[in-house]
Design a binder for this molecule. Structure first.
Ligand SMILES: [Zn+2]
Length: 422
């Protein structure tokens, strides 16, 4: 009895607790579908409309629309009728598993000419992407903003209102004319992995909208609310467009040669490592050497305060790099890899020639905790190109350790860290 009541209570509450976007789901999905190439729209036929009108809501309607609930369920998670992971951002391994699953279901259904099944799985993925990028789903563990409202005390009018709905809901329409959807991978594993990283961009973008939206709500400025909501919705629509385009390409095995070529490698400095669990570096990830800080992308911080270009000494002289990561000692960076996609990793490792002249650092690359390649370099040594094979590696780790006396000079740089396909 107790369990039964508990289940009923959850059934009533969960969809409300994690409800995302509402009507804007439809607006975002429609805007995304509008950008698909003509051949993909033709292939979808009548289902194009249904995807934007209904299928993108399947994960919210699992209790009222039993017939379609199975398109938002996973066999590997029995008993979970309402999959919270489809609504609220989660950790990378979890997110990747779920995105891979639903993308695979959609692609398989397309290949087997089961269009009706394919579009429903596609709708579930639309919903997940949109919810993750909703301004209401941006603060980890604070879906109703009770914590955030301690930082931003509400006005008297807003004092007793639940903030989730007002932050994300509105009657706006979304449009991204001229957007060209991107192919995210040549296999489902690659596409889901790149999609997850695209979704991270959407989440970070959405985070930048939440506080302006709350301030606009407090000021009763409806136009400003919509303006900032649209900033989130437009990016969501672009990511949904990429995902839908990619599924249709993979499902029909029609891959544009030019797009495939751009996927030949991936620069991992564009991605957040697993240590940035909720897409920011927690306090436990701060390093104390060469300064008190956390990894930087594309720059190095002199004394922890002055951003300078990444620079390395090469045999032919010093050179600046636009791509790369600077980081401190003892805090590894771990990147999740898609299965069977990349065969090699290459990076140029070294110390900044001026800032790090007196440092000495061991650069180690590991795969699933096993050492793959390493080099110990002095600040006066030329940078070294490190390369390793990636067969079977699911987690790539970059690790830095002080190997000298002057740890304050350990200005270490991983330049041009690239995953490369066979
Ligand atoms: Zn939702």
């Amino acid at each position: 009895m107790h369990t039964h009541l508990h289940a009923a209570f959850l059934a009533l509450c969960l969809p409300v607790l994690a409800f995302g976007w509402g009507q804007p789901h439809l607006a975002i999905t429609r805007a995304a579908l509008e950008t698909l190439p003509e051949w993909q729209k033709t292939l979808l036929g009548n289902e194009l409309q249904a995807l934007g009108d209904r299928h993108c809501m399947i994960p919210d309607n699992v209790y009222s629309d039993r017939e379609n609930a199975r398109y938002a369920a996973m066999e590997s998670r029995p008993g979970e009728a309402y999959l919270q992971v489809l609504h609220l951002p989660t950790l990378q391994p979890d997110c990747l598993e779920v995105m891979t699953h639903f993308m695979n279901q959609a692609v398989t259904a397309l290949r087997e000419k089961r269009l009706g099944d394919a579009v429903r799985f596609m709708g579930t993925l639309c919903h997940q992407i949109e919810d993750y990028g909703s301004p209401s789903h941006t603060v980890p563990g604070d879906n109703m903003f009770t914590l955030l409202q301690q930082f931003l005390p509400p006005t008297d009018v807003m004092k007793d209102r639940l903030m989730h709905g007002p932050i994300e809901n509105g009657g706006f329409t979304v449009s991204i004319p001229g957007y060209r959807p991107q192919l995210l991978g040549t296999t489902v594993d690659e596409a889901a992995w790149r999609l997850m990283h695209r979704v991270h961009e959407g989440i970070l973008n959405a985070r930048s909208t939440t506080i302006p939206i709350i301030q606009a709500l407090y000021a009763d400025d409806a136009a400003a609310v919509t303006k900032h909501q649209l900033r989130a919705a437009v990016v969501d629509a672009q990511i949904v467009a990429d995902a839908m385009h990619t599924i249709l390409c993979l499902g029909t095995q029609k891959l544009d040669a030019g797009a495939v070529k751009t996927l030949q490698q991936a620069a991992i400095d564009a991605f957040l490592p697993l240590e940035a669990e909720k897409l920011y570096y927690p306090q436990t990830q701060f390093f104390s050497s060469p300064h008190w800080g956390h990894p930087r992308i594309g720059v190095i911080l002199a004394e922890g305060s002055r951003a300078m270009p990444l620079k390395l000494r090469l045999d032919e002289g010093s050179r600046e790099f636009s791509r790369g990561i600077s980081a401190g000692m003892g805090k590894p960076l771990t990147f999740i890899l898609p299965g069977g996609v990349f065969s090699r990793f290459t990076v140029i490792a070294g110390l900044h020639p001026e800032l790090g002249a007196r440092g000495r650092v061991e650069f180690a690359i590991l795969g699933d905790d096993k050492p793959l390649v390493s080099a110990t370099l002095n600040g006066t040594d030329p940078a070294r190109r490190l390369e390793c094979r990636l067969e079977g590696v699911t987690r790539l780790q970059l690790s830095l350790s002080s190997r000298g006396l002057d740890s304050k000079s350990n200005y270490a740089i991983w330049a041009e860290p690239m995953l490369i396909k066979p």
